[in-house]
Design a protein around this ligand. Structure first.
Ligand code: UT7
Length: 312
C-alpha cells in the first residue's frame, strides 16, 4: 500500500529580519553571516503569534491547494519543537480551529530539525498498514522564542514559519513518501539543546562536523535501500541550516549543485518546518515539478537525523 502527494501549503510571518537588523543590535556583520551560513534574512513571528497560528495558516493553504476540507483528512501530524503550550498538542489545536466535525487522530512529533522526517516516518507506517487514507503533515516552529540575543553565534541562525503537505493512500508504491529512515543519538545531547528558560545552547563547530557526516550517511542509506543512485534523484532538499553544510553534503554524495534546493538564504533555519517550507517554495516557483524524485535529509538536536525519498 503506497501513497501520493496531493497538496501543499506554507506560511511565513510578515516580519522580515535582515542581517543588517542584527548588525544594529549585536557585534556581527552581514559579511560574516553570509560567508559562514548563507543566511541573508529570516522571518520572525509577531509577539502574540503562536506555533499553532502558523501551523493553522499553512494547513489552511494546503487544504485550499487540494480543494479539501479538514473532514476529508483522517490524521494530522505536526512536527514542532517550539510549542508555547505543553498540552494539548499543536495538531489537536489546528484540527479544532479548522472546524472539524469528525474526531480524527492528531498529534505532535518532537524531533527538532529532523522532526518533519520523523512525522513522515510515522505517516508512512499508517499508509503502509492501511490504517489511514489521507494525512496532513505540518512542520511549524517559532524559533525566535528561543533566540538568545546575547549569543551572536546562534541568534543569527534561526527563523520562524510553517509548511504543510497532504498525502493520500495510493496503490503505487513508487509515489509520495517512498521511504524514510530516522536515527537518534542521545549521548550527544550536549552538542545542541534548548534550556528550560528557552535558550539555544550549541557547540557550532562540533554540530557542523556531525551534520556534514550524518546527513550524507542517511541520504546514502536511503538511496541504497531504494536501489537508486544520485543520478536517479532529481532534487535534494536538505534541511536548511547552513549553506556550507548543504554544499559539503552534496559534494560528498556526488550531487551537482544545480540539483540542490536552497532556501536558507531566505528562511534561515526553521528547524522542523524547514523541509516542508522549502518544498512549498519550490512548488510555488515551479522549481520542482510533478513526478520528480526528491531526497530530503535532515539533522538536528538530540542528536537526531534521517532522510526521506519522495516522488512529488
Ligand atoms: O539545525 C541543525 C543544527 N545546527 C547546525 O547545523 C549548525 C552547525 N554549525 C554551524 O553552522 C557553524 O558552526 C556556525 C555557523 C554556527 C558557526 O560557524 P563557524 O565557522 O563554525 O564559526 P565558529 O563557531 O568557529 O566561530 C568563528 C568565529 C569566532 O570568533 P573567534 O573566536 O575566531 O574570534 C566566533 O566568536 O566567529 C565568531 N562568531 C561571529 N562573528 C560574527 C560567531 N558568531 C558570529 C557572528 N558574527 N554572528
Amino acid at each position: 500500500m503506497g501513497n501520493k502527494l496531493i497538496g501543499y501549503g506554507s506560511y511565513l510571518p510578515r516580519k522580515t529580519v535582515t542581517n543588517a537588523d542584527f548588525e544594529r543590535v549585536m557585534d556581527t556583520s552581514d559579511q560574516w553571516i553570509v560567508e559562514r551560513t548563507g543566511i541573508r534574512q529570516r522571518h520572525f513571528a509577531a509577539e502574540n503569534e503562536t506555533v499553532a497560528d502558523m501551523a493553522l495558516a499553512a494547513a489552511r493553504a494546503a487544504l485550499k491547494n487540494t480543494g479539501l476540507t479538514v473532514d476529508d483528512l483522517d490524521m494530522v501530524i505536526v512536527a514542532t519543537t517550539t510549542p508555547e503550550l505543553d498540552f494539548p498538542s499543536v495538531a489537536v489545536q489546528v484540527v479544532g480551529r479548522l472546524g472539524a466535525t469528525k474526531n480524527i487522530p492528531a498529534f505532535d512529533v518532537r524531533g527538532a530539525c529532523t522532526g518533519y522526517i520523523y512525522a513522515l516516518h510515522c505517516g508512512r507506517a499508517f499508509f503502509t498498514s492501511g490504517m489511514c487514507e489521507r494525512i496532513m503533515f505540518i512542520g511549524a516552529e517559532k524559533m525566535s522564542r528561543f533566540i538568545d540575543m546575547n549569543d551572536r553565534s546562534t541568534a543569527v541562525l534561526f527563523g520562524d514559519g510553517a509548511g504543510a503537505l497532504i498525502f493520500e493512500r495510493s496503490t503505487s508504491s513508487y509515489s509520495g513518501i517512498i521511504d524514510t529512515v530516522v536515527m537518534s543519538d542521545g549521548k550527544s545531547f550536549d552538542m545542541l539543546h534548548g534550556t528550560a528558560d528557552h535558550k539555544i545552547v550549541m557547540n557550532g563547530p562540533e554540530t557542523y562536523k556531525k551534520a556534514v557526516m550524518l546527513m550524507p550517511d542517511a541520504a546514502r542509506y536511503i538511496m541504497e535501500h531504494a536501489g537508486i543512485t544520485a543520478d536517479d534523484v532529481d532534487w535534494i532538499v536538505p534541511h536548511q541550516a547552513n549553506l556550507r553544510i548543504i554544499q559539503s553534503g552534496a559534494k560528498r554524495l556526488g550531487f551537482p549543485l544545480e540539483k540542490i534546493l536552497v532556501t536558507v538564504d531566505k528562511h534561515a533555519n526553521t528547524s522542523g518546518a524547514s523541509g516542508a517550507l522549502a518544498l512549498a517554495y519550490a512548488f510555488d516557483n515551479n522549481i520542482i515539478k510533478k513526478g520528480q524524485l526528491v531526497l530530503y535529509p535532515a539533522f538536528g538536536s538530540g542528536l537526531t537525523w534521517g532522510a526521506t525519498l519522495i516522488r512529488v
